[in-house]
Design a protein around this ligand. Structure first.
Ligand SMILES: [Zn+2]
Length: 248
């Protein structure tokens, strides 16, 4: 039997029997963890309210086997709130849909339970904090999160230099299989040719240049979101269901 502690973001809460829930978290040290929270639906316990999606929490787990590999799911025995991001996310449709797509994407990239995904975890915490603060358009926060999630999982896109030969940008021909823009010599059939402003926007979102991203014209936001969605789709076997609800 063992106790372990970790902080994490609640990705999902599913019903289990009459009163319990199975909570899926993306944790700092253990990657994706599923655990049982007992009795949380029976009363209006604070314990249950802390384990809602989007919450950043510190959890003590109790496991009958050796941590995650033991028999059955671990139990959540103590929960402290670090940041209740859900409060300002679920009350705003744009934030809620963007946030839901972020949780689903994070879960998908952290598919192997118990396998650390520290960078993905840090991106999610940072992304939810930014989303909850409401300082930027929700769909931009989502697109920045998606581009960076792809990057930390080995699918970083290039929006300036040629993804094949490295020729200095700007380059215009965007290829999903090549992982970014291609120069005139390297271009392949089937490239998209987005507006130069859109490519500047995507580069800004990837690098965290909010000044450039915020001041971009909405039509480039839309074109950029389409490319990000296509690029994400290219690298994930199944699409992210919640993407279809995101307002552009
Ligand atoms: Zn090239």
């Amino acid at each position: 039997m063992s106790l372990f502690r970790d902080d994490g973001v609640v990705l999902r809460a599913q019903k289990l029997g009459e009163a319990d829930r199975i909570i899926t978290l993306l944790t700092r040290h253990h990657g994706r963890v599923r655990a049982v929270a007992r009795g949380v639906r029976k009363t209006k316990s604070k314990f249950g309210a802390r384990l809602e999606p989007f919450s950043h929490v510190d959890v003590q787990f109790f496991s009958r086997g050796s941590e995650l590999l033991g028999r059955g799911l671990p139990l959540c025995t103590q929960v402290e709130t670090i940041a209740p991001y859900g409060g300002s996310i679920v009350t705003d449709y744009g934030r809620y849909t963007a946030g839901t797509a972020m949780l689903e994407t994070a879960e998908r990239f952290a598919e192997n339970e118990g396998e650390p995904a520290v960078q993905q975890y840090l991106l999610l915490v940072g992304g939810l904090r930014t989303l909850a603060a409401g300082l930027h358009e929700s769909h931009l926060v989502l697109d920045a999160f998606l581009l960076r999630s792809l990057a930390v999982n080995g699918y970083g896109a290039s929006f300036t230099d040629c993804a094949k030969c490295g020729l200095d940008g700007p380059n215009r021909f965007f290829s999903l299989p090549a992982g970014g823009v291609l120069c005139g010599d390297c271009r392949v059939p089937g490239c998209a040719v987005p507006s130069p402003e859109t490519l500047v926007l995507l580069g800004a979102l990837l690098s965290g240049d909010w000044r450039t991203a915020d001041s971009c014209e909405p039509r480039y936001w839309r074109e950029g979101s389409g490319l990000v969605a296509a690029y994400l789709q290219w690298h994930l076997e199944r699409g992210i269901r919640s993407m279809r609800y995101v307002e552009k």
